[in-house]
Design a protein around this ligand. Structure first.
Ligand SMILES: Cc1ncc(COP(=O)(O)O)c(C=O)c1O
Length: 387
């Protein structure tokens, strides 16, 4: 079956945060390509499962059945050669929620937590709001590519109790290699630091790359890892609030579960369970076609920029559907850049500086949209008078 990613779906009046510009002080006619959800409908198998569940009519307290776990296990085994066990799993209302639970469960106020900016901004908020000490290992941007300054990483890790890793890394689009993951993991082991591996973008990897699950690299890494996964990015289910968190170390898992309970959480939502099971069971072919579509969108973006807007450069992505645009050559202050894009270009992107100091002069564009929408965005971008 051929899935139709070209179909434009009107998302206004659907409670979508992406499509309510006035609530967030943006002009009514902006084109929103900011927050990381997709403008594509979830796969038909997911929609059918939700309709069937809705038709059942009873929405009492729920829990995953044996089949839910088998389906999830198969998904991770087939895609990442990672065999998860049933008792490793805790279902939370989201990955961000799991970050807070893990930080509170496994560190104390004042403890150091390392993040690598530019990175998904809730990482910094999580460290600050839980009153831990923020330790930033700035990623190094060199020759159009990002890498890790390992000396600085070790210096920060020595002072930390926890590291929040993002792989694939939002917003800079790196998919960390085995060597990079191993080096980071070994330093964490050496200095007794736990690793939250936020792997929510794991299914979005471009063809010449492979996502490696940190906890699957070796037993020692598994012992210090809290692996955060979710079908929400992959199948566009963020509004269903459902994430699968795997912790194989019993001691860490018990502490995580205690903190989960302290937050008043117990059972997962019934619709999230139904959607996740259906997606992992029947969504493979849809995902394959989606990845091809996204690769073409990225390639269109890259060619269009170099042909028409050479001062804006795409940082070559290895994964995610988020394009990280280097706008430094425009010579604008971060605020002016964002304001010009919004007010003159009528484009609503994510301002680079919100991801940390190193994000200044960059913008993040979400290309998970029908091609006609992306073309419209590019034409808007081309027409901007930057002076
Ligand atoms: C790295 C990363 N982690 C977590 C999330 C959000 O996860 P959730 O909606 O499950 O809280 C996002 C969303 O963009 C993300 O990019």
């Amino acid at each position: 079956m051929q899935y139709d990613f070209d179909r434009v779906i009107d998302r206004s009046n659907s409670c979508s945060i992406k499509h309510e510009p006035l609530w967030r002080g943006k002009p009514a006619d902006v084109l929103p390509l900011w927050v990381a959800d997709m403008d594509f409908a979830a796969p038909p198998c997911v929609q059918d499962a939700l309709i069937r569940r809705a038709e059942h009519g009873i929405f009492g307290y729920s829990e995953p059945d044996e089949n839910y776990f088998d389906v999830a296990q198969k998904w991770f085994e087939e895609r990442f050669s990672w065999t998860v066990q049933r008792d490793w799993l805790t279902i939370t209302p989201g990955v961000v929620n799991a970050l807070y639970i893990a930080v509170r469960a496994l560190t104390e106020p004042g403890d150091g937590v390392v993040i690598q900016q530019p990175v998904y901004y809730p990482f910094e908020s999580c460290v600050r709001k839980t009153e831990r000490q923020l330790l930033v290992n700035e990623l190094v941007y060199n020759g159009g590519r990002y890498g890790i300054n390992f000396e600085d990483f070790e210096e920060k890790i020595k002072r930390a109790k926890m590291f929040i890793m993002c792989n694939p890394h939002n917003p800079i689009g790196r998919v960390w290699t085995k060597e990079e993951l191993t080096r980071m993991g070994e330093l964490c082991l050496r200095h007794n630091v736990k690793v939250i591996a936020d792997e929510i973008h794991e299914d979005f990897v471009f063809p010449d790359r492979r996502h490696l699950v940190f906890a699957a690299l070796n037993q020692d890494f598994a012992d210090i890892a809290i692996t955060c996964t979710s079908p929400s990015k992959t199948f566009n289910l963020a509004g269903l609030l459902h994430a699968n968190i795997f912790i194989s170390n019993k001691n860490l898992r018990e502490k995580f579960k205690e903190e989960y309970a302290r937050c008043g959480l117990s059972q997962p939502g019934v619709m999230g369970l139904a959607a996740c099971k259906a997606a992992y069971q029947g969504g493979g072919e849809w995902l394959k076609q989606l990845l091809d579509y996204l690769a073409e969108n990225m390639s269109l973006l890259k060619t269009y920029l170099s042909d028409h807007i050479p001062k804006i450069k795409l940082v070559e992505p290895e994964g995610t559907y988020l394009a990280w645009l280097d706008c430094n050559e425009l010579g604008l202050s971060p605020q002016k850049l964002d304001e010009t894009l919004t007010q003159r270009g009528k484009l609503w992107l994510s301002a680079g500086y919100t991801f940390g100091q190193g994000g200044k002069g960059f913008e993040r564009m979400n290309v998970a949209c029908p091609r006609i929408v992306l073309r419209n965005a590019l034409e808007r971008l081309k027409s901007v008078d930057w002076k």
